[in-house]
Design a protein around this ligand. Structure first.
Ligand code: ADP
Length: 406
């Protein structure tokens, strides 16, 4: 029996999923929220529909990890800490240095720290999670899985921006992309469903959550992706603008009497996207519910659909064709309507939707007709499972045990 835990540590939260790796069964999953604030929140789901929920102060990440492990014992999910053989940590920015998941040692820690300038909120939080686990589970293998590493295979013409080249050479300004673990997971599953080798497929993965990105996956490798240097670019998102003309910011800074660039960028990150266009909500369900009566809500949905169609069209052209289009994450997995709208606009490619299959929820499923030239699929993402699989792979390959931290 080998148990692996996947960890996603944010600045004030820690999410986890504990797997029994021999069967990939989820033993428990949950969230420690509002870390460092007066009233923290702990939610754990385990067993057959069992739940544990409480509110209490969670001082810091170390305390959250200690409490999590104690609760796993108390709830009899594990019987001793040593049953957890590996810990996989999601890390947001891996820069150009981390091209794949790695066993964590002191050098890796230093590097993740030095990459914090690319993800100032996330990387330090990820490191807090790493250090907290290392203290409490010193003998478990620790592995870092980067959101960016899948995209390190992009050809140069797809990651270099059309700006002074020195910006890249001196400061590392380039397209890094995001959601890599999700795109990698759904591409693997798609190849299995289509019963074709991943290395021979041209896929376009649409990760449509609050944050959203599209990825062209050619022969199993990320070929191009819509998120850029930061996760602000690409398609319209819940509150993020997606692609925007940066010169409008200096114009708007004058109009709105803003004094700093971060203040202006805040509006592109937090007040734009579905929320900014519709004025209704950042949540796609609310926006769709109002779209028959509120023209701005309808416009927000129309722009969202148009952006997806535009990226799929351009990625198909870049790859010289496409075999399958994958929908995943909150909107991609749950909204038959958005999928149908997108795919209808792509009928010129020979895609035909099977509306009966499209109506099914929460499964790995092909939603195009038998004779559709390009296949369309819905694949619920599972970034945590991908993280746990990477840990298992690295443990077997390198026989990683305890990596010493300084
Ligand atoms: P993230 O992980 O990026 O926070 P999720 O992947 O959970 O986001 O997706 C959240 C989005 O999914 C929200 O905009 C929500 O409205 C949308 N969503 C969930 N269910 C549906 C649905 N049935 N129809 C349309 N949108 C949905």
């Amino acid at each position: 029996m080998s148990k692996i835990i996947a960890i996603n540590a944010g600045s004030s939260s820690l999410k986890f999923k504990l797997f029994e790796m021999s069967t990939e069964q989820v033993l428990a999953q949950g969230l420690f929220d509002r870390i460092g604030l007066a009233e923290g929140e702990i939610k754990i789901k385990y067993g057959v529909g069992e739940k544990f929920e409480t509110r209490e102060e969670i001082k810091n990440h170390s305390y959250a990890v200690k409490r999590l492990l104690e609760l796993l014992l108390d709830l009899e999910i594990i019987h001793e800490f040593s049953e957890i053989k590996g810990v996989g940590h999601r890390v947001v920015a891996g820069g150009e240095y981390f091209k794949r998941s790695v066993a964590i040692d002191s050098k890796v820690i230093k590097k993740i720290n030095s990459l914090a300038e690319y993800a100032p909120i996330h990387n330090p939080a990820n490191l807090m999670g790493i250090k907290a686990f290392k203290k409490i589970l010193p003998t478990a293998a620790a592995v870092a899985v980067f959101d960016t590493s899948f995209h390190q295979t992009m050809p140069k013409e797809n990651y270099i921006f059309s700006v002074p080249y020195e910006w890249y050479q001196k400061y590392g300004v380039r397209r890094y992309g995001a959601h890599g673990t999700s795109h990698r997971y759904v591409a693997d599953v798609a190849a299995k469903i289509l019963n074709r080798p991943l290395e021979k497929l041209k896929l376009i993965s649409c990760h449509l959550g609050a944050g959203a990105s599209i990825c062209a996956i050619k022969n199993g490798k990320s070929f191009d992706t819509s998120m850029g240097f930061t996760p602000l670019t690409g398609i319209t998102m819940a509150t993020r603008s997606g692609d925007a003309d940066v010169a409008m910011l200096s114009f708007m800074m004058q109009k709105l009497d803003m004094h700093s660039m971060p203040e202006a960028i805040y509006d592109l990150n937090k007040k734009s996207g579905l929320l900014g266009i519709s004025g209704v909500s950042s949540d796609m369900r609310d926006v769709m519910a109002k779209s028959s009566t509120n023209p701005r809500a309808k416009l927000a949905v129309d722009i969202f659909v148009k952006d997806i169609v535009k990226y799929i069209g351009s990625y198909t052209a870049e790859m010289g064709g496409v075999d399958g289009i994958i929908f995943t994450a909150g909107i991609g997995e749950n909204s038959a309507e958005i999928r149908s709208e997108v795919l209808k606009k792509l009928s010129y490619m020979g895609i035909m939707v099977d509306e009966e299959s499209n109506a099914v929820r929460g499964e790995n499923i092909v939603i195009s007709t038998e004779d559709s030239k390009v296949k369309a699929l819905v694949i619920p993402t599972n970034e945590e499972l991908m993280i746990a699989r990477d840990v298992a792979k690295i443990m077997t390959k390198k026989n990683v045990k305890s990596a010493k931290l300084v």
